[in-house]
Design a protein around this ligand. Sequence first.
Ligand SMILES: NC(=O)c1ccc[n+]([C@@H]2O[C@H](COP(=O)([O-])OP(=O)(O)OC[C@H]3O[C@@H](n4cnc5c(N)ncnc54)[C@H](OP(=O)(O)O)[C@@H]3O)[C@@H](O)[C@H]2O)c1
Length: 280
Amino acid sequence: MSILSGTSRLAGITGWPVTHSRSPRLHGFWLRRHGIDGAYMPLGMKPEDFGIAIRGLVALGFRGCNVTQPHKLAAFDICDEVEDFARRAGAVNTLTFADGKISGRNTDGYGFVAHLRASGVDFTAGPALVLGAGGSARAIVAALQDEGVRVSIANRTRARADELASALPGLRVLDWDARSDALRDHAVLVNTTSLGMAGQNALEIDLDRAATRLAVADIVYVPLETPLLEAARARGMVAVDGLGMLLHQAVPGFATWFDVTPVVDEELRRFVASDLIDAA
Ligand SMILES: NC(=O)c1ccc[n+]([C@@H]2O[C@H](COP(=O)([O-])OP(=O)(O)OC[C@H]3O[C@@H](n4cnc5c(N)ncnc54)[C@H](OP(=O)(O)O)[C@@H]3O)[C@@H](O)[C@H]2O)c1
């Protein structure tokens, strides 16, 4: 652990609970790598304390913080300004405090797309099929649309997918039961459901109905290699795991709070992944 000075830069992650978060480990790695006089802390806050606790961080001179559940919606109300992408994504996950003002943004979509790009996925190859319509799906759909990708969505509860489509014009809604058949018309498949997570059932989908160039991304990262990704790799498809999204989404916040743009590389992946192996 580094020794702090009187002018250390401070940031952290707010959530309730926050004990499961890998963000302190991730940001701590970069702080150490760059020899920065700063700290990134777990900041457990009950929902009813969120507003006062954030104002407290501002008063204490924090540079900002990440926001995880259950605060991603409440974070809108505390912001003086919110970037347009966060509004489309329906959630704020990164706060910056400067000149007495609180600014909010969402970096999940950026993280997802940056990892896909780093994994060599070609966005121009064809439409993307996103499974799931939860909080992360919305940011991912918005980010893919911003890349000019045509996006379809299928969710077990159709009404949630319809709701998402009314928030994000151009999004096509398919029936959950049509997901395997739909693969032949898509170049990218993204699992944003919790299926495949440790302790949950695997996602059922017949990858053999896909066009051969299909790229498969799973945002679940415990385990790192989900049954879906195993099935994709076994067929020679591009398989993109969920850890990269987690690492890349952290880059913009770190750059703002600590004035260094960090790099996502193999050493960082290994360091964060070693913690996930114990969790799976
Ligand atoms: N890699 C990353 O950086 C990152 C970031 C955020 C989240 N995640 C992971 O992404 C997953 C989803 O997170 P979230 O925040 O979007 O969750 P969420 O808002 O709770 O949404 C969960 C989604 O999973 C679907 N689902 C759950 N159980 C299902 C089942 N048995 N059959 C079919 N669909 C089912 C839900 O469908 P219904 O609407 O029908 O309930 C919903 O679409 C989690 O595993 C989380 O750990 C990863």
